[in-house]
Design a protein around this ligand. Sequence first.
Ligand code: ZN
Ligand code: MN
Length: 143
Amino acid sequence: MSAEQIQTALKILKGAGVRMTPQRHAILSYLMNTKSHPTVDEIYKSLGGKFPSMSVATIYNNLKMFKDLDLVKELTYGDSSSRFDANMEEHYHVVCLKCGTIEDFYYSGLHQVEEEASTSTGFKVISHRMEVYGVCSDCQVQH
Ligand code: ZN
Ligand code: MN
């Protein structure tokens, strides 16, 4: 993710009256610079060394605030812990059934599915979710 994206996010936070702390900045830039869709625990493991006073709860509360300001998305997969994604472009995820890796992919055709759902049921459709499951290229080579 670009420095520009971080600047935009900082503006939004400032506009919302959120005080920028080094921890908060670290959590946000970590998310914007990773493609790994980390859990709260993974963020904690990566940043905890640099910020010994930062707790899992701090990270969680910051993520919730970023989410309320539409800076990150929370991904929920059944009963496993939530993952967080700072890529706010419309995209989908393919999930590895062996290692849990989540990769982005882009596909534009699903607006038709929403329209079809609306036409055939009379619902006012608001959103949809789709995940694709498989085995990632790393896991395919290690049998
Ligand atoms: Zn895998
Ligand atoms: Mn993603």
